[in-house]
Design a protein around this ligand. Structure first.
Ligand code: FCB
Length: 513
């Protein structure tokens, strides 16, 4: 069996903290770092469906949603305001050595206080929707379960600020910031956490059920389970694959319980779940077995229970590519009725797409596409097409939204000059339009992120915003990519390559806010 043609092992997000020295491919189409050492250019095109873009702009359907996303802990700051209590991320960031620059969620982008200004900014870009998350520990700060009206009132003001500008809210209930009081009771290791989540979700549906919103129960349960509970590089910093497997099942159970409560509440709007999915390409198509198992671990372990009501039988176990937890223990967590709950019908599936991975026959993840300044991210726009068409082919028909997609700036320095991101967006928009024209029911796209923010274990050293933030002054400065995005939104179309006269530089509307 030949070894992988790509000698460098893929640096996944799980190994991010030990990834010093990982670099970008010299011929990166988009997201290469300026100063990282080059690594070998991939020698195989992993996408099974190569494609050349048309020379004309590609149009999106009328009514397509264009938005941008953030999450509470990453942008809000004001961590002690209005009765908020700490989350696992407050606790984790306070521990020495957990965050690359030693920073915390304070001040982040100060959006707790600047949401009006940020809503103006969104309006100036022409955004039709804003995805944000609610901080559980603002709404239910203690184990008594009492709802804090100050937290609720804050998010009502945010929703009103958006409504006043014609911006539709997309609300995530859980974006990794578990209240510390829930963690202290056992966190996602414990089945009862699903019940606590359902209570919190119900409080949110009661408070905001009049709003026509797209709700998301969980953000990336995979990342939270694996990076937070298996590799320990995210909060709560645990390192056990069995605990990670429990976190998978109990998060999914929490999701299903919340969907059931949503239906009972009669809330307006729609509900779904945000899953980060990754096309997995075998480096040797004649020996795909290990890649199939990685696909099970990364994708089907989440898609199948939610959309089909079953767990795949090849995701968990001791074989190369699997989540190395005890399958018997994992199965033992599943009580009668759980899978029916987890498969409660959804209104949409929210897809978060950052790139692809390759897997060699030995089960080793390998690099098959250029990385961005985030070493775990292999950038391949065609992978988005492959993912979207695969979802449409393999699962029951369901509207799709892309609720995160983006790259970090090439360096930590604040800048508005981000040609890599502009090109990243252009090429990914083309693949989205291509998928739609091939029949995929894709209804919207949210850029990650609206603002530079606190990027988890990377602290403030990775800037993912389309709008730069000076964290000293909190000044907002739209980047070139924001101007490009505003043009795409205004035209509801993506231009062909390097169509600079069409793109413009910084769109005046983008800086007016
Ligand atoms: C996603 C997270 C989001 C942000 C981006 C870069 O996995 O959901 O909060 O960290 O990655």
């Amino acid at each position: 069996m030949p070894d992988t043609p790509f000698p460098r092992a893929v640096i996944t997000r799980r190994t991010l903290l030990t990834a010093a020295g990982a670099g970008a491919v010299a011929a990166a189409l988009a997201a290469c770092t300026a100063d990282a050492p080059p690594v070998p250019t991939p020698t195989a095109a992993p996408s099974p469906t190569p494609w050349s873009p048309p020379s004309e702009p590609m149009r999106f359907p009328t009514g397509f949603t264009w938005g941008a996303a953030t999450s509470a802990f990453q942008v809000e700051g004001s961590l002690a305001a209005d009765g908020r209590t700490p989350s696992v991320w407050d606790t984790f960031a306070a521990r020495a050595g957990t965050i690359r620059d030693g920073s915390t969620g304070e001040p982040a982008a100060d959006q707790y206080r600047r949401y009006e200004e940020d809503a103006d900014l969104m309006a100036s870009l022409g955004l039709g929707a804003y995805r944000f998350s609610i901080s559980w520990s603002r709404v239910v700060p203690t184990s008594t379960g009492t709802i804090d009206s100050r937290g609720v009132d804050h998010y009502r003001r945010v929703i009103d600020a958006l409504a006043g500008r014609g911006i539709r809210p997309a609300i995530t209930l859980f974006h990794w910031d578990l209240p510390q009081w829930v963690q202290d009771a056992g966190g996602w290791i414990r089945r009862e956490t699903a019940d606590l989540f359902a209570e919190y979700a119900t409080a949110c549906f009661e408070a905001f059920g009049d709003v026509d919103a797209d709700w998301m129960t969980l953000n990336e349960p995979k990342t939270h389970a694996y990076v937070g509970h298996w590799y320990g590089a995210h909060a709560p910093g645990l390192r056990s694959s069995d605990v990670a497997a429990a976190a998978v099942h109990h998060q999914l159970l929490a999701h299903g319980r919340a969907v059931e409560r949503f239906r009972l509440s009669g809330a307006a709007g729609r509900i779904g779940i945000a899953l980060n999915l990754i096309p997995v390409y075998p480096t040797d198509p004649a020996q795909p077995e290990a890649a199939v198992r990685v696909d099970a671990r990364e994708n089907r372990l989440f898609l199948d229970p939610v959309l089909l009501g079953t767990y795949p039988d090849d995701a968990v176990g001791g074989e190369a590519g699997q989540l190395p937890a005890d399958p018997v223990t994992f199965t033992g967590l599943q009580k009668s009725g759980d899978l029916e709950t987890i498969a409660a019908p959804l209104d949409f599936l929210a897809v978060q797409y950052y790139g692809v991975t390759g897997v060699n026959p030995g089960g080793r993840e390998t690099q098959v596409a250029p990385t961005s300044a985030a070493p775990w991210q292999q950038v391949l726009p065609e992978g988005l097409y492959d993912l979207l068409t695969r979802l449409a082919a393999d699962y029951p028909a369901i509207p799709l939204l892309i609720t995160e997609n983006g790259i970090p700036d090439r360096s930590p320095a604040v800048t508005v000059d981000d040609p890599e991101r502009l090109e990243f967006f252009r090429t990914h928009f083309q693949q989205a339009a291509r998928a739609i024209s091939d029949g995929v029911p894709l209804e919207g796209y949210y850029a990650w992120s609206l603002l530079d923010n606190f990027e988890w274990a990377e602290g403030y050293t990775q800037r993912w915003g389309i709008v730069a933030v000076d964290f000293e002054t909190q000044e907002r400065m739209p980047k070139r990519s924001a101007g490009f995005y505003a043009d795409v939104i205004a035209a509801n179309a993506v231009p062909p390559a390097k169509h600079t006269s069409w793109i413009g530089s910084i769109n005046p509307r983008a800086v007016a806010g």
